[in-house]
Ligand binder design. Structure first.
Ligand code: EPZ
Length: 431
């Protein structure tokens, strides 16, 4: 297992190219199951989750090439994907595949909409909480599917096709909204979705579905209307820039000090987080090239944040912002409202010298003058990268174990940081 070694204390200077969003690429790739024609996705990040989803989709019959190369002679993932689900060969998504990546549960919607049947393993809990799928099942039932839960599998069927319906989400859910968009696009008649997720990744999926021939209005807002169509066609789509990768590097620069251009990043995708960073003392500007983040000399101001669905502060940046606050000049409060158990990084940050007290869904952070390097590990992607951020500003050496979490969602992390002056290297092998 690879590890990452970081020697802290360098400020970051230079340019970091921002990749396509993992969390947009995954539902976009799954949408390829909705059509017999080829879906071409540009700007797909080269991350392990994309490679894993390619394997899962090929199990269902999707033929794919990566940058023009066929499986076997290609690296596991890359920039332009061609996905062709001309024939679906298997409507079952087995436990061993779904357990590896929760988002693969979302195949239930296109398989059901196109084939009239899907059998998909329940994903189970994960490091950030129980993460139920009851609202995704509610969507399928509203659209007329018969659902049976048998031996850990959701078996969804429809005899005469899905029918448009009114779907109200009692809680904002990104995966639930993706599911509703994909299933309702091929349902007969009109669907009205209220309290939909407004995340940019939802709007990106809808934009691609519209190119495929879907009739969707309002995606990116809480009320979405869909007029079902009989079939969808192939399309060409470029994945939206990764707002979480953008925010992560912006926070890293605020932490270490320096001056970095985040190339291709769009401020409107993460305005709330940029505002919090500006309050913390970072100087943020933007141009056609991207977002520029600077912090010189002055210390880090404490800022209270509370995670919320878009356009609020993203839960996927909570751990990284907490890392920043560990060196603030005073106390801050970090409230997690989306996931019940997303504080697994707290004990690891403490190993680097951070002072954090947990009280239910609130973390009270008392800034310290100095962090100190140590061996650490984390249990999920965003928690792992929060340790990288802390390590960049810690005195001495930090070894971040379980790098496979980082590889799931950050493209060339150590290269991107290394080019900006960080002392960071990957150590291959045991650990
Ligand atoms: C997506 O997960 C993202 N994953 C997550 O990113 C992100 O943290 C999350 O949205 C929130 O923004 C991908 O896009 C692949 P939800 P998702 O459904 O869709 C509850 C990362 O690090 N809920 O919006 O699974 C749920 O428990 C990952 O990249 C139900 O109660 O999240 C949570 O409390 C982690 N019932 C809340 O809704 C349901 O049926 C929001 O979850 C579904 C969700």
């Amino acid at each position: 297992m690879d590890r990452i070694r970081i020697v802290g204390g360098q400020s970051l200077e230079g340019t970091i190219p921002i990749s396509g969003a993992k969390n947009a690429a995954l539902p976009l790739m799954i949408a390829s199951l909705l059509t017999q024609e080829t879906l071409t996705l540009e700007n797909t990040p080269s991350v392990a989750d994309v490679g894993m989803l390619l394997q899962i989709l090929s199990h269902h019959g999707v033929d794919y090439s990566v940058d023009g190369r066929r499986p076997g002679d290609a690296p596991q993932a890359a920039r332009t994907l061609h996905l062709s689900a001309r024939r679906i060969v298997d409507i079952t998504a087995p436990y061993d595949l779904v357990a590896k990546m929760r988002a693969s549960f979302w195949v239930v919607a296109p398989l059901l909409a196109r084939m009239g049947e899907a059998r998909v393993s329940l994903p189970g809990g994960c490091a950030i909480g129980t993460r139920p799928v009851d609202l995704l099942i509610m969507v399928l039932e509203k659209l007329g599917a018969k659902i049976d839960i048998e031996a850990g599998y959701v078996h969804a069927r429809t005899k005469s096709g899905l029918k448009g319906a009114e779907i109200h989400f009692p809680k904002v859910t990104v995966g639930g909204t993706h599911t509703a968009l994909m299933a309702a696009s091929l349902a007969q008649g009109h669907t009205l979705i209220t309290n939909a997720a407004c995340e940019p990744e939802v709007a990106d999926l809808a934009a691609c579905l519209i190119k495929m021939g879907a009739k969707i209005k309002g995606a990116g807002r809480p009320t979405i209307e869909i007029e079902g169509v009989a079939s969808l066609q192939g399309a060409h789509h470029a994945v939206v820039p990764d707002r979480i990768e953008t925010g992560t590097y912006a926070i890293a620069v605020a932490m270490t000090g320096g001056d970095v251009l985040l190339e291709r990043a769009s401020p409107e995708l993460l305005q709330n987080a940029l505002d919090a960073l500006a309050q913390a003392g970072a100087d943020i500007s933007h141009s056609n090239e991207g977002i520029r983040v600077r912090r010189n000399g002055s210390g880090i101001e404490p800022v209270d944040i509370e995670t919320a669905p878009f356009p609020g502060f993203p839960t996927d940046l909570q751990a990284q912002f907490m890392a920043l606050m560990t060196k603030a000049k005073g106390r801050s409060r970090i409230t997690e409202t989306i996931f019940e158990n997303r504080f697994m990084h707290v004990q690891e940050l403490a190993r680097l010298g951070a002072r954090i007290k947990l009280d239910g869904d609130v973390a009270h952070v008392e800034g310290v003058a100095e962090l100190q390097g140590a061996p650490v590990m984390a249990t999920d992607l965003r928690a792992s990268v929060s340790l990288v951020i802390a390590a960049l500003a810690a005195r001495g050496e930090t070894i971040v174990n379980r790098v496979y979490h980082l590889d799931r969602g950050f493209e060339h992390l150590e290269k991107k940081l290394g080019r900006c002056g960080a002392i960071v290297e990957r150590i291959s092998g045991a650990g």
